[in-house]
Design a protein around this ligand. Structure first.
Ligand code: NCD
Length: 329
């Protein structure tokens, strides 16, 4: 399997008002109207979950969850989403040890195998471009649940949903994005998502070695996003609508020594930082896991949505996405 690096996805179908049967590889496949449709269905799913209404939307459907990297929320929410819609899952959390990958089977053959057993595959993989290769290999929908340091589109669906439900808009927003901007796929997809809307501004704060790549910087500015890089907490503007904190992607760094060196200069949200720089009506987000990102003393602050709405929204949005991809909405 050769690695594919890219910034555009010319070979992947865009949604353009019709999710049925499509792959979800990148945020670039959706437009503003597609997101609105997804969010509308997600709101219905939320009501269904809150009222414990049984659903048979995916009865008779099987979804394979193939996770070549660890996961709590993405795996758990997809499994819950399928089951809450009346479908079933094949759960494989360590394919490299429990499938024939271990015997030397190619990635493509593994995908073809699960294609034969299921109606969609949710795939997490350490290699950038893996979801795209799987999409080219299989005829059933492939949902990218994170491919290396590249993208994590369904995380951005839930992040944008969280912002939309809170602010009632996805344009004219100002955010602070902090952490491993070089390697975080949630950041890369979020930047793509925010740049779909007018007049969004992001302040970027990261350890020097983990700055957004210069290619991405130029690329996202070219897409109309206002990007302002800052180098210390003292430069955080007090008018941000949201903060989005991310961990250092230890597993994507060259060595433990490099991680330990960088870990000296990471940024942590504390009650004091919120007091000094955060608006009363902003929200504090983190895709999680939080590893040195947010002091637990902040958890009970009403602005902290990472352990509450943000996680729950992942369930509603993934239920909506599955129902749409299977042509059930
Ligand atoms: C993220 C991921 O896997 O990219 N986790 C998630 O899906 N919520 C973020 C991370 O691991 O840092």
């Amino acid at each position: 399997m050769s690695q594919i690096l890219y910034q555009t996805y010319a070979d992947i179908d865009t949604i353009q008002g019709n999710f049925t049967g499509k792959d979800i590889v990148s945020i670039d496949q959706v437009g503003v109207e597609d997101l609105k449709q997804l969010f509308q269905v997600a709101r219905c799913m939320k009501q269904q979950v809150l009222h414990h209404e049984p659903s048979t939307l995916l009865a008779g459907y099987v979804v394979s969850l193939l996770f070549f990297e660890p996961s709590s929320r993405t795996f758990g929410s997809f499994a819950s989403a399928v089951k809450r819609l009346g479908g079933q899952t094949i759960d494989i959390q360590n394919p490299e040890t429990v499938t024939s990958t271990r015997k030397g089977e190619t990635f493509e053959d593994t995908i073809r195998t699960f294609e034969a057993y299921s109606d969609a595959i949710v795939l997490r993989h350490p290699m950038a471009g893996a979801a795209r290769i799987a999409a080219a290999t299989s005829t059933i929908p492939i949902i990218n649940a994170g491919d290396g340091n590249n993208e994590h589109p369904t995380q951005t669906f839930l992040d944008l949903f969280t912002l939309y439900e809170n602010f009632g808009r996805l344009e004219n927003l100002t955010g602070l994005l902090v952490g491993d901007l070089l390697n975080s796929r949630t950041i890369h997809s979020l930047l793509r998502g925010l740049s779909l809307f007018e007049n969004n501004t992001v302040y970027l704060l990261s350890p020097r070695q983990l700055q957004l790549s210069r290619d991405d910087y130029v690329y996202f500015r070219g897409r109309g996003l206002n990007i302002i890089e800052i180098s210390s907490e003292r430069e955080i503007p007090q008018h941000c609508d949201f903060w989005y904190w991310t961990r250092i992607q230890k597993e994507r760094l060259a060595s433990l020594e490099v991680y330990q060196e960088i870990a000296q200069s990471t940024f942590v949200v504390t009650p004091q930082l919120l007091r000094d720089y955060a608006r009363r009506d902003m929200i504090l987000m983190d895709p999680l896991p939080r590893v040195g990102t947010i002091d637990p003393a902040v958890d009970n602050d009403e602005r902290a949505v990472y352990l509450k709405a943000q996680i729950r929204n992942g369930l509603y949005v993934r239920m909506a996405l599955l129902a749409l991809l299977m042509g059930k909405m």
